[in-house]
Design a binder for this molecule. Sequence first.
Ligand SMILES: Cc1cc2nc3c(=O)[nH]c(=O)nc-3n(C[C@H](O)[C@H](O)[C@H](O)COP(=O)(O)OP(=O)(O)OC[C@H]3O[C@@H](n4cnc5c(N)ncnc54)[C@H](O)[C@@H]3O)c2cc1C
Length: 378
Amino acid sequence: MSSRNQPTVAVVGVGSVGAMALWQLAKQGVSAVGYDSYAPGHDRGAAGGESRILRAAPRRGPQYVPLLRRARELWQELEDDSGHRLFHRTGCVTVGPAEHAGLRAVQDIAEAQDLPLEWLEAAEAARRVPEHPLRDGEAMVLDPEGGLLRPEVSVLAAASRAEALGAQIHRYTPVVDVEDDGDSATVVTEHGRQHYDRVILAPGPWLQGFPVIPSRDVTVSKVDVLWFARRTPGTFLPERTPVAMRVGDPAMSCCPGADGAKIVPREQDKAEIDYPETLPRDVPADQVARAREAVQQVMPGLFPSPIRTATYGEAYTADGHGMLGAPGMSEALVIAAAFSGHGFQLAPVLGEISADLALTGITDHNVAFLGPDRQQHG
Ligand SMILES: Cc1cc2nc3c(=O)[nH]c(=O)nc-3n(C[C@H](O)[C@H](O)[C@H](O)COP(=O)(O)OP(=O)(O)OC[C@H]3O[C@@H](n4cnc5c(N)ncnc54)[C@H](O)[C@@H]3O)c2cc1C
């Protein structure tokens, strides 16, 4: 431990989760040092593409409800501290066949956890969310506390706050290895070896580069994203239009954006990649054709040919939950990785828990289900 009785802590990867961890450590006056291969706010990792969905009523299970509650408090705090608008509380609608399991799952969670949820009748849905017209037999539920997060500026805001509070960030400094030395750890870069009491490893879709991370149940995949322009001014507004999850056929997420909407098709060929630098940047023509048809079917307010496409990398575990905690019996390492397509909304609380685990070895949150060494069932 350092002479001040506070451990020295390194954060490897100042992306979605790492930037939040660094901010939390700096708030507590810890001597914290971040390393990133690029610079916080870049779009080569899992956080690129301008928008992310936050839901208060998560389909993935009730264990996420308290985590999301705390995450929302921290999003607010980061907005207040940084002065940047990071979250638009537009609500999140789930749209699809009335009996679809995806709609029922949201309703079940909301009821069990006493979360607000509104079923919108057809006329009400058409009035309040004209961007997502209901087809015959379809229904819409609104999670009023959900909304749209702005990923790149959020990472930048957390990193900037951390630096303002005394953290140091080594930009454009790839870490080539992290060694577990028992009661401390070593971070290796091309500039040399640096020892820390604790190291938080948050490398996102680059996690295969770190043998200390148990990655046998993890797949790193490409995710295709497409943008479509609005036909009518005043629709698909990021500040006002709810973010949407479409279930059934076609299934996709939809975030309003500067020119219209961004779509992430749910059914897509999530080709495996080794690490993001090997990511094919083109969205295949058949994927574009399927997305075009889907937009024509369910979002007539958009021009159906995409104006922009992009691909990003994300790390997925077999059971769809991320990894947060110490690997094996390690005292010095905390892993925060593989958040499987839903980690951004949780990033502030994942950062807070990572910082707690690094400083004290414990957390008040129930995150046993995220243990890096758990047996996973896909
Ligand atoms: C297209 C897409 C849509 C998504 N939609 C949603 C959504 O709507 N809602 C939601 O909650 N989640 C969503 N997710 C998931 C969410 O974005 C991710 O779970 C989250 O961003 C992962 O954060 P991370 O910190 O693990 O990774 P990242 O944000 O990628 O951060 C990893 C960082 O580590 C750095 N790094 C890696 N290796 C090294 C090294 N060797 N040395 C130094 N630095 C290194 C990288 O440069 C990077 O900055 C989506 C993901 C994708 C790809």
